[in-house]
Design a protein around this ligand. Structure first.
Ligand SMILES: [Fe+2]
Ligand SMILES: [Fe+2]
Length: 413
């Protein structure tokens, strides 16, 4: 009986062991499955994020704004307080905020040298840094702005690496940042770095192209003392109007390039441009071709395609009596109207072979007289609303166009 009982106990023990090991196995498989599912989910999320980022940044005309929008989405999804990308500028050897979300203006103005603050340390060591609670971390001491609001927060800084080259850092702060989130943000950094680097190279190349065209443009104008510095002045007046109309940074950028190149078509008719005296009827006819010649020239450059309306239509008038198309009123885009007014203002306040320059009062009275007919009414109002300001601007631009253009054009005396 006793032997039978002990055998039963033995079997029970074995059965329990088997159950325990089965339980362990089931538990392990469940955990593994969960882990696997989580990993697949994470991968899917990361791949989705990468695809979205690549397609958005790859086709973006405004890298900082697009990156800012991506950061806004990431901040919302991950419930971060702040997220920022700082890029290293070799010119002054400092890290500057390139795009950010959730940061005060004061914070975005802060810059760091390599080794300075968390960003500088991460940039220098090329290693990610995740601090669970900032507290009195000595690495924060050297930051230029108030860091009190970070005391109870977690802070993450990730190097932005393109191949082996480090181009900046991605920073994030929140009440809590898990390792999973830190890993996802590392994927973001890895995805975004080559895109930013590529766009930066593209921008440098485009800036170099623009600079070359701009210098040729200035040189062409300098062949005739009556046109010398014209595009530079039109550019300055256009940006002044842009300030008055509170144009966006993108519009200002477009306006800057468009106004600087508005007469680029004249490069093709240099013989007429450099002619010192009055033009004959047939020469005037050719001269009126310059907006279309400019359009043909600029169309060859993908990055300048948005300036085409300014170049092609800066001689249109709201009355429909302008050229080359005779566009009327609201059909003339706002930026085109701005350059048109700046162009006419400079023409009036500059000497011509057949007349001396007009006074500021006369130029203003002409703008007023032809508003709504030759010039966009609202833009004229904005341009002339402050006489004293315009007086200073005119003097300043005239003075600068003599000195700056010579230097900018590269043919210093
Ligand atoms: Fe023109
Ligand atoms: Fe012009």
């Amino acid at each position: 009986m006793k032997r039978g009982k002990s055998r039963l106990e033995e079997e029970l023990k074995l059965a329990k062991k088997r159950v325990d090991s089965l339980k362990q196995e089931v538990l392990y498989k469940t955990i593994s499955n969960e882990k696997l599912e989580n990993q697949i989910e994470e991968l899917k999320k990361n791949l989705g994020m990468q695809f979205e980022i690549v397609s958005k940044i790859g086709s973006s005309p405004d890298l900082a704004r697009t990156t800012g929008n991506i950061l806004r989405q990431v901040r919302k999804k991950m419930r971060l307080d702040e997220i920022a990308i700082l890029l290293f500028e070799p010119n002054d050897g400092r890290l500057r905020h390139f795009a950010s979300y959730g940061l005060s203006k004061k914070k975005t103005r802060a810059t760091f040298a390599p080794g300075d603050g968390i960003s500088g340390i991460v940039f220098q060591t090329k290693k990610r840094c995740l601090i669970e609670r900032v507290g009195r971390d000595p690495r924060f001491k050297r930051w230029e702005v108030d860091t009190e609001d970070y005391l109870d927060k977690a802070f993450l800084s990730i190097p932005l690496k393109e191949e082996k080259r480090i181009i900046g850092v991605v920073n994030a702060s929140a009440q809590h940042i898990s390792v999973d989130y830190a890993n996802s943000l590392t994927v973001l950094a890895k995805t975004i770095a080559p895109m930013i680097s590529l766009q930066q190279m593209k921008k440098h190349q485009e800036d170099a192209y623009f600079e070359t065209i701009r210098r040729i443009m200035d040189f062409t104008e300098a062949l005739n003392p009556y046109t010398f510095g014209h595009s530079y002045r039109v550019y300055q007046y256009s940006l002044h109007i842009a300030d008055k109309l509170k144009c966006s940074p993108r519009e200002r950028d477009l306006l800057g390039r468009g106004s600087r190149l508005h007469d680029v078509g004249k490069i093709a008719i240099m013989d007429i441009v450099k002619k010192p005296g009055l033009l004959s009827k047939s020469e005037l006819k050719i001269m009126r071709e310059h907006p279309l010649l400019g359009e043909q020239f600029v169309r060859g450059f993908e990055f300048l395609k948005d300036t085409v309306p300014i170049i092609k239509h800066h001689h249109e008038r709201p009355s429909g009596k302008g050229y080359p198309w005779g566009l009327e009123g609201s059909k003339i885009p706002r930026l085109v109207s701005i350059v048109s007014i700046a162009d006419a203002f400079d023409a009036m306040t500059s000497d011509r072979p057949y007349r001396e320059r007009s006074s500021l009062d006369y130029a203003i009275s002409e703008l007023k007289k032809y508003r709504g007919y030759q010039f966009n009414e609202g833009i004229v109002e904005a341009f002339i609303e402050n006489y004293h300001e315009l007086e200073i601007l005119l003097k300043d631009v005239k003075r600068k166009s003599k000195a700056t253009d010579l230097n900018d054009s590269g043919f210093t005396s």
